[in-house]
Design a protein around this ligand. Sequence first.
Ligand SMILES: *Cc1c(COP(=O)(O)O)cnc(C)c1O
Length: 379
Amino acid sequence: MGEISLPFMRPYVDEETIAGVVDVLRSGWITTGPQNARFEAALSEYCGRLVRTFNSGTCTMEIALRIAGIGPGDEVITTPLSWVSTSNVICKVGATPVFVDIDPVTRNLDLDKIEPAITPYTRAIIPVHLAGMPIDLEQLYALAFTHRLRVVEDAAQALGSSWKGQRIGACGDFVSFSFHANKNITSIEGGALVMNHDAEVRLAEKYRLQGITRTGFDGMECDVLGGKYNLTDVAARVGLGSLAHLDEITAKRRALARAYFTYFADSTAIAAGIELPLADFTNSNWHMFQIVLPLEQLTINRATFMAQMKERHIETGAHYPPIHLFKLYRERGFHPGIFPCAERIGQAIVTLPLFPQMTLADVWRVVQAVNEIIRRHQK
Ligand SMILES: *Cc1c(COP(=O)(O)O)cnc(C)c1O
C-alpha cells in the first residue's frame, strides 16, 4: 500500500462526462454553443443570480474590474496569501494593488486591518476564500458599503462553500469562480462570473469576445476593447458533468477533512506545534487541507519536508508563496517584514492530499508520514 503514489489533488471526471464530451466532439459544434448555454443556466440556477462563463478564473476577475471601471489611479485592496493571479489582475487593468495582512486562523484577509488601508483612491476589495474557507461576508459587505467600495470575491476555490447557510455566489457583488483542473469542480480550464445587473452581463459578454454585439443576421458593432475569453463547448460539457456531482464532492471532502482532524488529534505533529486549519465543517468546501510547519522546532526546512513526503510517495504542495515578495511586486516597493502573518504562513504552509477519490486509509497514511518526519527531525 505504501508504494501507491498519492497526489495532492486529482480531477474527478466520470464516465458519463467522458461519453458526453465524445458526443460534443461528434456534434459538429465544439466551441462556445449549446453546452456553454446549459452550463451558464446551471450555474445561474445554483447561484440564483446572473452568471457568465469564461476560459479562466483569472480573466473573470480582470473583466469584473473592467466592468466596475477600475483602472489607472485606482487602488484595490487584496490579500498577499493567494495565487498570484488575484493581484496580477489588479496590475493588469492598470490599478494599484494594496495588500493587507491575513488572519492567521482563517488565513484570509484580516478584515479588521482593512480600514487603515483605505485611501481616497480605494475603489474595490478582492478577498479570497482561501482553501474554500469563506471570509466573513457580513463584515466584508458592511465595510464595502460604508466606504462605497466594489467587491470582487475571488471564489476560485469556494464553489460548494457557504456562509451562514447561504451559498458562496448566492449574494454579494461580483463573485468569481475558477474551473481549473485542480478546483473542486472542473471544466479543465474555465471560470465564471456572478453578477447582479443585466447591464453588467452585457458588458461581460462584450469583454469576453472582442467587444462585439451582433444584431439581426448581419449586424455587428464593436464599442469596447474586449479580448478572447470564451469557454469551449467541450470544456462546458466537462463542467456540466462535474457540477452535477458538486454536493457529493463537497460531502466527501468534508468527511476526509474530519478524518485528518481525528487522526492528527494528540499526535507527535500537534505536540511539536503543527498548525491545523480552522475546523469548519459547515461553511468550507475543503478545497485544500493545509498545515503550517513549526519550522523553528525542526532541523529541516519545508522543501526537505516535502521531499521526505515524496519519498513516501505522497505529494504535497506549497500554496502560496506570499505575493508581495515576488520580484514583480518587490519592484513595486513591497519588501519582507511588512505582512508578518502572510510571510510566516506562506513560508511554512504545506497542502496535504485531499480529493474525493481518497480513502480514510489514505488520510491515515498521510498523517503517519507527517508524524514520522516530524519525530525524526524535531530539535
Ligand atoms: C485557481 C485560482 C485562480 C485563477 O483561476 P484560473 O482559472 O487558473 O485562472 C485565482 N485565484 C485563486 C485563489 C485560485 O485558486
